[in-house]
Ligand binder design. Sequence first.
Ligand SMILES: Cc1ncc(COP(=O)(O)O)c(C=O)c1O
Length: 391
Amino acid sequence: MSETIYSRVKNGLDRIKREGHLRSIPNIDHGSDLYLMHTGKRLLNLASNNYLGLAGSESLKQAAIQSVQTFGASSGASRLITGNYALYGELEQSLRSFKKTPAALAMNSGYTANLGIISSLADRKTLVFSDRLNHASIIDGIILSRAEHIRYRHADPEHLEFLLQKAPEQAQKILITDSVFSMDGDRAPLSELVLLCKKHKVTLIIDEAHATGVLGLGKGLAADLGLDQEIDAHMGTFSKALGSFGGYVAGSRELIDLLTNRARSLIYSTALPPAVVGANLEALRQVEAHPEKGEKLLLMAEDIRLYLNNLGYDTGSSTTQIIPVILGESRRALRFQGKLMEMGIYAGAIRPPTVARNSARLRLCIRADMGDPEMELIKNAFKKLDHSREK
Ligand SMILES: Cc1ncc(COP(=O)(O)O)c(C=O)c1O
């Protein structure tokens, strides 16, 4: 490494350390299971996005194994070269019927799906309106597209309308929002956003990463609200409640054809391995066969949220399986995380820059595979923590 690059690396790291934002990869094993191993200790896992527990299910494992036996370990190339195989066709057929859209495209991850959609639809002349708390992959997609990035206050249609009114009428406009926000567990005001998009002729893209498998009998927030036909592009991921890996986009035939021609994250990357596509297909089958699991998960989360609120914890605007316990300073969140571990629970401590200053939090992901013992463990732990004394 040259001297100048070395000092840039060192200065960059020193700065991250000074700001108290240094991250490292935790020593975790079995991190998608109900109980994970953390430095040799078995802890209830409230940090994984495997909300339905599908990742470790026999049906997904068997589907992955069978796919490997038929198609091998790798796809061997981009889908546009030789990386395509029959399972992809079946998966996209299932996605079409799941999302009730004329076409669908499986992508390599939710992250690359967002990069692909935004950079295919937007260019320098486009105005992209984006919720302030949208996921990093949306922000990166907007940067990649070189479009003008106009951020509106979180879940605030009035602020959005104010900004839309200021925009030139003839400009191409796109609105993109998470449907369930990953660090807050609240929902986008989708009905209002749909109306505003119609009124101001805006293309609407929604990211259903955390809603898929849970809300709307597993089909997402748009389906829950009966608005699925009002969305121009649905994006989601197989890597959270669906217990597998990979992203998808669903929408019109023309949209999918455009992505196939323009989305560099699809064109210039090796297609997903067969084990993953097989598991994705099975995950969709599971969600369609058991739509009640998402409902049950939401009720379990509501039970925990109410309990925490009664103890005086601030859970923000959460209404889903993601419950933030907002604690303020980063050090406080880390201290709470440590105490929870002592009581047998692993929860993510989320700190700036992932969330705003002074809003560090524990992010609890409630899971449908928890039973009464786990629900009690969580409640007792937070009761013992007693946030009013634990400053
Ligand atoms: C809202 C949102 N969109 C997209 C992604 C990216 O999905 P994936 O993990 O499949 O890349 C995530 C998760 O990391 C997310 O929370």
